[in-house]
Structures are given as structure tokens and as C-alpha cells.
Design a binder for this molecule. Structure first.
Ligand code: IPE
Ligand code: IPE
Ligand code: MG
Ligand code: MG
Length: 333
């Protein structure tokens, strides 16, 4: 499993040990529920499940349930549901982004092609909803449907931003809210619901996870520039190559010279780093403190998340939630 980095630190091991048995049940649930009457879907689902992934979203469901009360059969099912929704968005996202690599392996679209992957993604979404339906809980369905629409609208808005250099911080934050934080928030809310939390508790856990999700994506967008393909499991510099101007660059562009701006524009126009080498773009962002400022911003969101969790009674699960916030900002993939 792709939790190698998490496994290295004591606090991380603590989190993993706490949720290990539950997470194994979630994996079994995903395997059982990813079988379609058409082989292509089953094969793609298995391929993605075996490819690793940090399983952050199911972990959030599990910990939220623990904090609220107890892990129930519903918790396990919902943890599987959110990971399957996450998988469906990744399958579609890689088609949209013409991505070649995911989780250190060829992306599903690179192997099975766009047509099959669009349909496999649709199937996974619907399977996740069918599983959620078994709860016979309209609030669960309402939350998941609103969430999925938010995420799809986010991908549509992102398409409108592709290739544009003049992306504002507000535009960017809206995308991050939609494509990442909304799912993080939903995970904690679902976990809370399954643990029979009252509504204020559910809302607090949702807010915790929303802040964590924003920080997670900000760090992700830094790592897209600063990490290495072997560690990240996808090529570095992909965002800009795909035409996405993310926060490190938005901040750097605030102070960039006309020549520096032209450099960024070249990558956006060409879709490669032939005229403006990646190292030069990196230096430009560093010179204008783009990475530092985004890391500081991410830290502010994790601080908010921590402030919410600290209000909960002390328990191993509360400490695990706190450790999770540190891992999100300290991670390398
Ligand atoms: C990838 O999410 C999509 C983003 C929101 C950046 P993760 O980085 O959690 O992906 P996996 O599941 O660990 O591969
Ligand atoms: C992640 O979007 C997919 C969704 C959350 C919908 P990105 O395109 O920004 O992420 P990566 O870099 O492919 O993981
Ligand atoms: Mg992508
Ligand atoms: Mg994308």
C-alpha cells in the first residue's frame, strides 16, 4: 500500500495501527463491490486498487466515526464508497488531463483507452451510489450527490481556466474547494453520521476535514513542482504542462518581470518545457517565494483543522487526527 511515508514516523504508525483492521475490511469491501458483469470494469478497478494510493479518504471516514462514537458496518461501507468515488474521479481526470502515469504505473487511460475509461468511471460512480443506497438514508445520498456535482463542476471550471495565465487566487481557491476539500469534508461528515454523531459534531468534523483538504491540495500543488516522479508516482511539472496555473505560480507571477511572465506563457502555449526549461520555472517561483508562501498558507489551514480537533476529548483517535494534519503538510507524495 502507498503509505510508505506514513509508515516511517511514529505518529504515522500510530494512525495506521489504529485503523489497520478497519482498513482491511474496507479493502475487502472494495474488492467485493468492484465486480461487474463486463470484465473491463472489474480489471480496471482491480488495477487501480492494486496500484496503491494513500487511502486518506477512507482513513478520514474511519477516524471520524471513531471520534463520533464507533465504527459500524455503515462506516466500512462508506469508507469504501468514498474511495470508489475518488477512484472514479481519478479515472475521468486522467482522461481529461491526458495523463500517462498514476500511482507510479501507466494510467488506466494509457492502457485501456479513453472510451473504456469514461464508461468504467461511470460504472464506479454508480456502484458507489448503489452501495450508499443500502444505508436507506436520504442525508447520505443528498451529501454524495451534492458532492459529486460540486466535483464535476470543479473539473468543468478547471477546463475553462486551462492555458490562462491570469488566474486569480480566488479562482484557484474555488477549484481547490471543489475538487479536493469538498470530498475531504464529505468523508468526515459521512464517518460522523455512521458513528451516530449529532449534527454539530458532524459539522465540526466536516470543517476539520475541509481545512485539511485545502491544505492537502496546496501541498500537492507545491509537490507537483518540487518532488520527483519516483516519489510522487506521476511526472513533476505536470500542472503547468497541462495548462494549469496553480498557487505557487500565481504568487510568483504577482512579482514577475515581463520576461519571466513570457517564460510561463511559453509553457502554457507549447504544453512542454522546450522553450522555457523546467529548472528556470522552478527558479522563478523560488525567487519570488512562491513555494514558501503556499506552504505558509497550507500551514494556516492545518492550524485551523488542528484547532477544531483539539476541542474533542483526548483519545488515540483524536491524536491520530492531529497526526494526520502534520503528515499532510510534511508529506513527500
Ligand atoms: C490525488 O489524490 C488527487 C488530488 C486531489 C491531488 P491523492 O494524492 O490522495 O491520491 P492517491 O489516492 O493517494 O493516489
Ligand atoms: C485531481 O485533479 C482529480 C480530482 C480531484 C477531480 P488534478 O488533475 O489536479 O490531480 P492529479 O495531479 O491528476 O492527481
Ligand atoms: Mg490530473
Ligand atoms: Mg485534472
Amino acid at each position: 500500500m502507498g503509505l510508505s511515508k506514513l509508515g516511517q514516523t511514529f505518529t504515522a504508525r500510530e494512525i495506521l495501527d489504529l485503523v489497520k483492521d478497519d482498513l482491511e475490511r474496507v479493502e475487502r469491501e472494495i474488492s467485493l463491490e468492484s465486480v461487474a458483469s463486463v470484465d473491463a470494469v472489474t480489471t480496471i478497478s482491480r488495477y487501480l486498487q492494486a496500484g496503491g494510493g494513500k487511502r486518506l479518504r477512507p482513513i478520514l471516514v474511519l477516524l471520524a466515526s471513531r471520534l463520533a462514537g464507533a465504527v459500524t458496518d455503515g462506516t466500512i461501507r462508506m469508507a469504501a464508497v468514498v474511495e470508489m468515488i475518488h477512484t472514479a474521479t481519478l479515472v475521468h481526470d486522467d482522461v481529461i488531463d491526458i495523463a500517462k502515469t498514476r500511482r507510479g504505473r501507466p494510467s488506466s487511460n494509457a492502457i485501456w483507452g479513453n472510451h473504456t475509461c469514461v464508461l468504467a468511471g461511470d460504472w464506479l460512480y454508480m456502484q458507489a451510489f448503489q452501495m450508499a443506497l443500502r444505508e436507506r438514508n436520504f442525508r447520505v445520498l443528498d451529501l454524495l450527490i451534492t458532492l459529486t456535482q460540486m466535483m464535476v463542476e470543479g473539473e468543468l471550471l478547471q477546463l475553462e481556466c486551462i492555458g490562462k495565465i491570469a488566474i486569480s487566487e480566488a479562482d484557484y481557491m474555488e477549484l481547490v474547494d471543489r475538487k479536493t476539500a469538498s470530498l475531504f469534508s464529505a468523508c468526515a461528515r459521512l464517518g460522523a453520521m455512521m458513528g451516530a454523531a449529532d449534527e454539530p459534531t458532524e459539522a465540526r468534523l466536516g470543517e476539520f476535514s475541509w481545512n485539511l483538504g485545502i491544505a492537502f491540495q496546496l501541498v500537492d500543488d507545491v509537490l507537483d513542482f518540487t518532488s520527483h516522479e519516483k516519489v510522487l508516482g506521476k511526472p513533476v511539472g505536470s500542472d503547468l504542462r497541462e495548462g494549469k496555473v496553480t498557487l505557487p505560480l500565481i504568487y510568483a507571477l504577482e512579482h514577475a518581470s515581463t520576461e519571466e511572465r513570457a517564460l510561463v506563457d511559453n509553457v502554457l502555449k507549447d504544453g512542454n518545457y522546450d522553450r522555457a526549461p523546467f529548472a528556470q520555472i522552478l527558479r522563478l517561483i523560488e525567487r519570488h517565494r512562491g513555494f514558501d508562501r503556499v506552504r505558509e498558507r497550507a500551514q494556516a489551514f492545518t492550524d485551523k483543522a488542528r484547532a477544531i480537533v483539539i476541542e474533542f476529548p483526548d483519545s488515540p483517535y483524536q491524536r491520530a487526527m492531529l497526526a494526520l494534519t502534520e503528515l499532510v503538510t510534511d508529506r513527500d507524495h
